[in-house]
Design a protein around this ligand. Structure first.
Ligand code: FE2
Length: 175
């Protein structure tokens, strides 16, 4: 039994606030990609899906004169740092195991190279998965942040992913 489900996370007002800001449809798509990649590689599907769902929680829209400003973004972006911190705080608040919360936070911290001085850091297998899952859903010009999904459909997708995770974990226990 997991201490915290995706549904628990999703229904929390902090998650609602930040996931809608960075794009709910993108967050859910990345959670699914991370789940499938983790399943293929025999890694922890629950940790992967949670990191995928929360990876852009620190996203900030760098606008100038009503338009996305990529220069501003590149100069100022720390969304991975903010996201890791916010996700960690939320997970601990919801009762997540601290070791798992830390693993998820670190996967969020390293999901992008954007704030790193070099891009040669060595990621764990799980950290690589979250980065790959994000890249799979990226659209040019940051459009993936603006894809829409209505709340009921989002809820249903989250419920389905929780069921997939539970099924994988049950298989794991019986093997
Ligand atoms: Fe992303």
């Amino acid at each position: 039994m997991r201490d915290v489900t995706l549904q628990n996370i999703f229904e929390h007002h902090i998650a609602q606030k930040y996931l809608t800001r960075s794009g709910l449809a993108h967050a859910i798509a990345v959670a699914y990609h991370a789940f499938h990649l983790a399943k293929e590689e025999n890694l922890d599907v629950d940790i992967a899906a949670k990191a995928g769902l929360l990876h852009d929680m620190g996203h900030f829209t760098w606008y100038r004169n009503g338009k996305w400003d990529y220069d501003l973004y590149r100069q100022n972006d720390i969304h991975a740092i903010k996201g890791a911190e916010r996700a960690h705080k939320l997970l601990i608040r919801l009762g997540e195991n601290p070791i798992r919360a830390r693993t998820i936070a670190l996967a969020i911290l390293f999901h992008t190279d954007s704030f790193l001085p070099t891009n040669d850091i060595e990621r764990t297998a799980l950290q690589q998965i979250v980065k790959k899952a994000d890249e799979k859903d990226e659209e040019e010009g940051g459009l993936h942040h603006y894809r829409e999904i209505d709340l009921e459909r989002a809820r249903e997708s989250i419920r389905r992913l929780d069921n997939l995770i539970d099924t994988e974990e049950a298989k794991e226990l019986s093997s």
